[in-house]
Design a protein around this ligand. Sequence first.
Ligand code: 13P
Length: 251
Amino acid sequence: MVSARRPLVAGNWKMNGLQRSAAELTKIIAGAGELAARIDIVVCPPATLVADFAARARGSAIVIGAQDCHAEVSGAFTGDISAEMLKDAGAQAVIVGHSERRSTHQETDAEVRAKALAAWRAGLIAIVCIGETRAERTAGHTNAVVQTQMGESLPDGATAENLVVAYEPVWAIGTGLTPTSADVAEVHGVIRQRLGARYGAAGHGVRILYGGSVKPANAGELMHINNVDGALVGGASLKAEEFLGIVNVHR
Ligand code: 13P
C-alpha cells in the first residue's frame, strides 16, 4: 500500500551544539536540495541555538524544532522555556516526552500531555515520544506500554498537521541496537490502529517516526517498513553528512 503521508526526518541534537555548529545546519540546507520538496526535514538543536538556526533556515525547506517545553505560557518557572517562547524564537515544532526527560526529569504521561497541548496552543507541531524499556520488552509488555503511553500522553484533538508520534524503544537509544523489522512493523501497526481508533481519519494521517540508533546504514530498511513515516535521529543527526545519508534514503 502506498502511503499518502509525507516522510519526515527529524534530528534531535540533545545537549550538543555550540554557535559554530551552525556550519552543520548550513550543510544540511544545501544538501537537502530538491528532496526537501518531497519530505519534511526538522532539526531540533538545543534551546540556545533555536533562534539563530531558525533565522538561518528561513526561506529554506528546513524546519527548526525544540526538544522540550513547559506547559505554562509564562511565570515563575526558573530555567524553563514555554512553547510560546520557542515559537517566538522561530521554532515550528517541539519534541515532548522524550524518554530521557521521562527518566531523568521524571516526566509523567500527564505532564507530557500538558506539554503537547502547550505546543498546540503556541501553534507548534508536537512530536510526542513513546517507547518501552528493555525490561518491559523482555516481559512481553511492549504493546501494552505503548498503548498506555498513547492513551495518557496524547491529547484529544490531534490532526495530521499538529501531531507526530515517535516510537523510540528506550533500549535502542544510543546503543547501536535496533528492533527487528518485524518488531518495528508490529509496534507501528499497534500505534496506527490506536491513532485511527481515537482520532478517526485524522489518525490515519498522523506520521509515526521510528527512533533509536538510526544510521545511514540501517535507515533504508527501517524507513520502508509499513507505517514507518520517517525517523527521529539522535547521534547520527549531529553531522550533516550522516543526517543527509538518512534523509537520502527517501530519494
Ligand atoms: P540515537 O539516534 O542516538 O539512538 O537517539 C535516538 C533518539 O533518542 C532521538 O530522539
